[in-house]
Write a protein that binds this ligand. Sequence first.
Ligand SMILES: Nc1ncnc2c1ncn2[C@@H]1O[C@H](COP(=O)(O)OP(=O)(O)OP(=O)(O)O)[C@@H](O)[C@H]1O
Length: 730
Amino acid sequence: MTNRELERERDYVAALYQRLDAVRNEAENALSEVLRQTPGGTHQHRSERDAFARVYGDRIAQLREVDERLAFGKLTTESGAERYIGRIGLRDDDREPVLLDWRAPQASAFYQATAAHPLGMRARRHLMLKGRTVQSITDDVFDEDLLDETAGGDSALLAALTAQRTGRMHDIVATIQAEQDRIIRSADRGVLVVQGGPGTGKTAVALHRAAYLLYEHRERLARSGVLIVGPSRSFLSYIEQVLPSLGETGVVLSSVGQLYPGIEARHDDAPEVAALKGSHEMADLLRRAVKSRQVVPREPQDIDVNGERLTIAPELIERAMREAWATRRPHNVARVTFNIAALKALANQLAAQLRARGNVVDEGDMPLLFEDLRTAHDVKVVLNTAWLPLTPLKLIEDLYARPNWLASITQRWSPEKRALLRRPRGSQLTISDIALLDEAAELLGEADVKAGAERRAAEEQRRRDLENAEQAIRNMGVEGRVSAEALAEGFADAPARMTAAERALVDRTWTYGHIVVDEAQELSPMQWRMLKRRCPMRSFTIVGDIAQAASAAAASDWRTALRSLTDDFRVEQLTVNYRTPRQIIELADRFATAQGLPVTPSRAVRDAEHEVLRSTGPLVESVLDAVAADRAIDSAGTLAVIADESLLAELHSALRARFGPLVAPDTESLQHPIAVLTPAAAKGLEFDAVVLAEPRRILRASTRGAASLYVAMTRPTQRLRIVSEETSPL
Ligand SMILES: Nc1ncnc2c1ncn2[C@@H]1O[C@H](COP(=O)(O)OP(=O)(O)OP(=O)(O)O)[C@@H](O)[C@H]1O
């Protein structure tokens, strides 16, 4: 029976691949057709041709991405109808669906149906493919009458969980579990927090949810974009394949250190500095800092305008300032109002002065006087001293590098607290600085009024491009096959041509349709403020584990953590650990609970083949031995040596000397079988095996040492070895 079933599935899946090839051919033919059209005609024609070529090119690339495991499941309904589930939807020549996109509502029973709640289904079948061929099938039967005909066999989930890790995260589309599926498909509005212990699939769920939302709200989100924020660059490279493999390419991935366009911060400050920079009070401090750059002079100022002496009274400056403040615009924008108000008042004063000396000055002369004053050096100096144009970088650098100024705006701070911010100009920006720069940019506004106007013009152009694209699609008769948004992106002249995702990355003021934040427990109030500005509609998926919060600026519960974002959020819990075998997670949870961390207990789906091993002895030697012993068990898997920063360099060079090119060249890379990492760099990642070097050192490294150690212990999918010089706290 099983063989017959297997053959049947092979035939069906083979037909699906034929269909995929046919669709791809269609796109390739359409592309060649477009490219064959002779260039020439109007600029508009050429631009349309290029845009169509780009859209078809993208479609072909997308169809290539979904080749692997195109179909992975089948539902049999109570009436006997069969629905195949895959990475994308496909229809046959008669437009009948032959493969359902996993995100379609009719596919949801594949993930949700159970024997107790079969949701109108008789059976669910998992199809395991190798290349384009079905290798095996496993069935869950919800109807006892069908038991005879079913295949049985290994669970697809266990096969996925025990598979060797490659250093890159894979999609879980074939084996999403019911509790995960509910979260993935929940409504996009508002703020959703997904809390779960390590390895419960939070990252996987977050990424699949992004893919789901893009499917469900394609039009809106293609225009505004989805942003995924992760803790580090190495984490982003770990997850970057997942969405393309689900056919989604337009998502913006960014680490917190990359959220300010044009700058990439890769290192953070010392914990107590990061905690201060991340705290709410920095928002007030920056506001005061900006305000302190709007100064009414104490004394009247005597100036010279083309040989004419003028005295500028402090009251004149103050009145102009009041006018500017009334606009409630940011500093640099309001400065324009200030300047105009001051120049007008000065022009009146100058006119009165000239008239008093018997000159005739009428209304027609006023623009000339205004212009004379605007270009006069002395006037510029006075107005700039009163209201200096500022860039975010200059404001932040001054704040750190000018202790007297800092003291003048932080009178209630202790000298020790101020000293935390002290730093010479030109120092490298840290991850914590990024949110401060962003806050400063918000308070300052566009320094260059022209740049603002150019941006508005570009937005207007994009709107027109979109209308033209819609028209071009109607003209070509390809409605529903090509999206106007994608086509419009191709209209821009080559150097400026950017996808929505690319535009979002370079534009600080871009607002996204949805933001996914991973390892969200680490974010500081200032970082949440920055993210709130990136999505004023507050449509967020926030995933994390409060017990793993290791950064100094992190909060210890979600309500406090999210205070700068919203009070109104819903929390979903994930409770099954898919990564870490029972023995390891039990040890880790016991340790974390004893340390007072707010652990969310999770149930492991499997037992380890190997118990947790402990060894003591001279550290470097013992680590080398532990790595060698593990390679003897599995020479092809991934292994991470995790240690406190202070031990990293020594361990890394010893490992390089012993294991050569198997070891990553630096302490960030993941593309080698053996990685050497701090707990912070290992955050969110996983390896077949972990060698944990000198846990006591990690525990004592900071006030959040216990959380770092908890993170480190929960990285392995198979084996954990704990190595220490003397006794270990574990
Ligand atoms: N339904 C599933 N099917 C197959 N694999 C799964 C499933 N859910 C999770 N996994 C796997 O479990 C591992 C852990 O998932 P993930 O990294 O998303 O966990 P996490 O909760 O984000 O962990 P951490 O808090 O440690 O960052 C990954 O390898 C993921 O692919």
